[in-house]
Design a protein. Structure first.
Length: 233
């Protein structure tokens, strides 16, 4: 197998060894931190390894490839780094603890909306994503969930988190591409969508009691109220 093929085998950066250190002054962490800065500033559509080289003051993109084999590898690394921002101390009963953990993850994704767009293709194998899933599972195990019912409960919670983040990011992306503010976009789009402009504005606004964060919290409560520990193997 060629060296280039070995560096991209198995389809995920998390399933391969990190490259050996070189004389290159850039570390993997340096590159990931710079990538997050670029994405927060310029968005996913403008992201490229050439833009990364410019951000780091590197004359050629080849300097990046010594540390990270492909753009997809870099995107996997940065999505998982976003999940590192989601860890919080929890207290209360198991429903309150799950709420704290999952809400922190949702808020981290909201702060970096480009990350939610990458979740369907670049998340799931990283250590921080796995730690999030393991933490939810640990809380549910402690509460008495077992067997296949435990697996289903964890999936319900995590899939709700991911689905909500992706859907809310999609709305935000449409508004941002228009170049309009949320209220102005809503007022100009509502008639075409067959909805009330005030309702659409509230639906999009983070501060609104009908907005994405409030909807996320409400939906999570519905899921957690519906879950009960029981023993199924």
């Amino acid at each position: 197998m060629r060296e280039a093929d070995r560096r991209t085998a198995l389809g995920s950066v998390w399933l391969r060894d990190e490259p050996e250190p070189t004389r290159n002054r850039l570390s993997r962490d340096d590159i990931v931190a710079a990538a997050i800065r670029v994405l927060d500033r310029d968005g996913l559509d403008a992201f490229s390894m050439r833009a990364m080289a410019a951000e780091l003051g590197t004359a050629a993109t080849s300097a990046l490839y010594w540390r990270i084999a492909t753009k997809d590898d870099l995107l996997e690394l940065i999505v998982d780094t976003v999940f590192a921002e989601a860890f919080v101390e929890t207290e209360g009963d198991w429903r309150e603890q799950v709420t704290d953990v999952v809400t922190a993850a949702y808020q981290a994704l909201w702060e970096h909306p480009w990350a939610a767009r990458l979740l369907p293709t670049h998340a799931g194998l990283g250590p921080n994503y796995q730690a999030l899933t393991d933490r939810v599972q640990h809380i549910l195990v402690t509460a008495g969930f077992k067997g296949t019912h435990l697996d289903s409960a964890v999936s319900a919670v995590i899939h709700y988190l991911i689905g909500s983040a992706v859907a809310d990011s999609a709305w935000l992306s449409v508004v941002r591409r228009s170049g309009l503010s949320e209220p102005r976009w809503a007022s100009r789009s509502a008639d075409r969508m067959g909805v009330d402009a005030g309702h659409l504005t509230a639906y999009l606004s983070r501060e609104s009691t009908a907005g994405p964060e409030a909807r996320f919290a409400s939906g999570l409560r519905v899921i957690l109220v519906g879950l009960r520990p029981r023993q199924i193997f």
